[in-house]
Design a protein around this ligand. Structure first.
Ligand code: UDP
Ligand code: MG
Length: 319
């Protein structure tokens, strides 16, 4: 019988762990699915990891790892993929905003031959309007850049073992799971779901972390902003030739352009554009710098006892 791994990135989710585990184990057992739950505590500052350890004592199918600090959801997802041993892996939030029943639909599509089953949001659930507007603009841009509809996509997916291995082979440190799973290809299918409301705790995303996420993902997936910079430069060169000719002709005819106003405006405009362009180039350089350093995506400080020996050996002192 095939094994299904469910990967759950969790950051400060002490109130959710036990309930989520109960709901998921109940669902798996009712439907006779062989499963494992892989919780990855992303450097939580509360008792998330000890909650996971408590569950592991009762149910050996629940495993977990703890990061040495908060590395972000992307890193937690990739750690989960690395620790999962299933023939298919589901990634879902551990706050049950991704409805668990949908897993059954995903599994049946996987059994019918799909290798990636994408969870598509029917509605985005309750979000503030800034968040919603920002997400719309960001995913609109991303969709047109990578030519894939990203607007309603989410991190809730089922991946076949082949796909997981392909993802784990990617060398980049800063990943964008949602888009990478499109990028790798494979046979796709989708399931549609409604985002549920969070029962306990609150969303871990702040506006600045969303902006950082957006910049990192754009620089990770496209060089279009760099090309736009060159095009703007070219347009300005062409305009400046026209303006230079006009100014010189007027000067020769004895009615040169007057005053500083034009000069100041041009300086401000061109200065601003140069700064923005440098900023865009800077973002790409920063990304190259981050990747070149070659540091690991995450550092695990602890794993539960039921992890395979070679994994435990890597992170646990012999005691
Ligand atoms: N999460 C994480 N690391 C972080 C932030 C969030 O592992 O730095 C996890 C979090 O515990 C949850 C999932 O990512 O399981 C989604 O986070 P959240 O519910 O805060 O986001 P939202 O649902 O509001 O998009
Ligand atoms: Mg959530």
């Amino acid at each position: 019988m095939s094994l299904l791994s469910i990967v759950l990135p969790s950051y400060n989710e002490e109130q959710n762990i036990a309930n989520t585990a109960k709901v998921l184990t109940g669902l798996m057992e009712e439907n006779g699915i062989d499963y494992e739950l892989v919780f990855v505590s992303d450097g939580s500052k509360d008792n998330t990891y000890s909650e996971i350890c408590k569950l592991e004592v009762e149910n050996k199918k629940i495993k977990g790892a703890e990061f040495s600090r908060n590395f972000g959801k992307e890193a937690a997802i990739f750690a989960g993929l690395e620790l999962a041993t299933g023939d298919a892996v589901i990634v879902m939030d551990c706050d049950l905003q991704h409805p668990p029943e949908v897993i059954l639909e995903m599994v049946s599509k996987w059994k019918n031959g799909a290798e990636v089953v994408e969870g598509i949001k029917n509605s985005r659930g309750k979000e503030n309007i800034f968040h919603k507007a920002f997400a719309n603009v960001f995913y609109g841009i991303m969709s047109s850049l990578i030519k894939i509809d990203m607007k309603s996509s989410s991190d809730f997916k089922l991946l076949d073992r082949k796909v997981v291995n392909a993802l784990l082979e990617m060398p980049e440190k800063e990943t964008f799971f949602r888009a990478l799973s499109f990028w790798v290809g494979f046979k796709k299918d989708t399931v549609i779901y409604d985002v549920q409301e969070r029962q306990f705790g609150s969303s871990k995303w702040s506006f600045t972390s969303l902006v950082r996420y957006a910049i990192s993902n754009v620089t990770g997936f496209t060089t279009l902003p760099l090309k736009i910079v060159s095009w703007i430069g070219l347009i300005f060169v062409i305009l400046s030739v026209g303006l230079a000719i006009q100014t010189l002709v007027r000067f020769c005819m004895g009615n040169a352009v007057e005053g500083f106003t034009t000069v100041i405006l041009l300086l401000l405009m061109i200065g601003g554009l140069i700064m923005v362009s440098l900023g865009i180039i800077g973002n790409y350089i920063a990304r190259i710098y981050e990747e070149v350093k070659g540091r690991p995506r995450y550092i695990i400080s602890n794993v539960t006892d039921n992890m395979p020996e070679q994994i435990k050996g890597a992170w646990k002192k012999n005691d």
